[in-house]
Write a protein that binds this ligand. Sequence first.
Ligand SMILES: Nc1nc2c(ncn2[C@@H]2O[C@H](COP(=O)(O)OP(=O)(O)OP(=O)(O)O)[C@@H](O)[C@H]2O)c(=O)[nH]1
Ligand SMILES: [Zn+2]
Length: 339
Amino acid sequence: MKGAVGHPLQDLGWTDFFAQAAAPFMAAFSPEAGTELEVGRIVGAQRAAYQVWTAQGPEEALLAGTLRQHAAEPLSQPVIGDWLVVQRLPAGQPLRIVHVLPRRTTFARAVNGGLTEQIIAANVDLVFIVTTPDEDFDLLRLGRYVAAVRQSGVRPVVLLNKTDLVRDTAPFVEQIRALASGLPVHEIAAAEERGLGALRAYFQPGVTAALIGSSGVGKSTLTNRLLGREAALTGSVRQSDQQGRHTTTARTLYALPEGGLLIDNPGLRDIAVWDMAGQPAGFEMIEEVAADCRYRKCTHTTEPGCAVKRAVQQGKITAETLTAYQQSRGLPLRRPKKR
Ligand SMILES: Nc1nc2c(ncn2[C@@H]2O[C@H](COP(=O)(O)OP(=O)(O)OP(=O)(O)O)[C@@H](O)[C@H]2O)c(=O)[nH]1
Ligand SMILES: [Zn+2]
């Protein structure tokens, strides 16, 4: 098994981490069987059918029986972004997924009232949270997204899109920056291709980024502008895909011309649906605890009998989160949460 340097899948994010994890698995097979084994990355998924990118390009793949038996356990299911060991079968047959390699990062949402987590993407390095300076702007919700992304061990970057809609973006940017220390915020206008240069800097070869945000904030527009017109039209992952073959799976992982990968996946897209379902964290935690404050309109600053201040002292809520929460209150732009 070769290392990552010079590997044909290096641009797709293959690193020594995965090479080292794959080596013992491959070595356990007889030389004959071993020659049928290859590695690949999931770039599209639709139920049990996967689209896997191997050194030969995009191919269909199905779960091997042993993996399918564990389908009831959501954690063992391959997800978009996963690196796999696949077995090449006689011509015409889909690849067999025989092993899911360990994940560097997992991007999960809480299900069953926070009791279990469902992994929706793996090996994601950074997440672009897209919002706009209009009725979509909701600082409380943004704060939850930032917290959720960080909890996944992934780096959040906020994009304020459609900056052409307002004369002054500074108040929006200031409020977002206050959500977390060191949180990068970029002002863009995807439709006018403004501010995209700064984003391209994130897409180093092998880096995997995902886009999230409510419907209509401009995720598709941004994806198309970053990929360039042709790539977006064909949904092509790399120039080497010239077979024009028919595929049944939705391809949702794209390679940018300058290197780097972008996941634009329906399951990730509608973050409003998974929005920390049932998991009190960050701002939600504050709102829950505030029910025990002595005063109903407690600002959690100097009031006696403040349950939130107490929770901060006990280390249940960080002072940073409380400050961000307080700054977000009394916002002229705060609207009821969209359902
Ligand atoms: N004014 C303005 N409009 C934009 C900008 N970027 C995108 N739009 C428009 O916003 C609308 C929604 O854009 P989409 O890219 O479809 O948004 P989306 O986030 O992909 O939406 P879903 O597919 O529903 O998740 C379209 O009419 C775009 O033309 C921008 O920078 N400025
Ligand atoms: Zn209080």
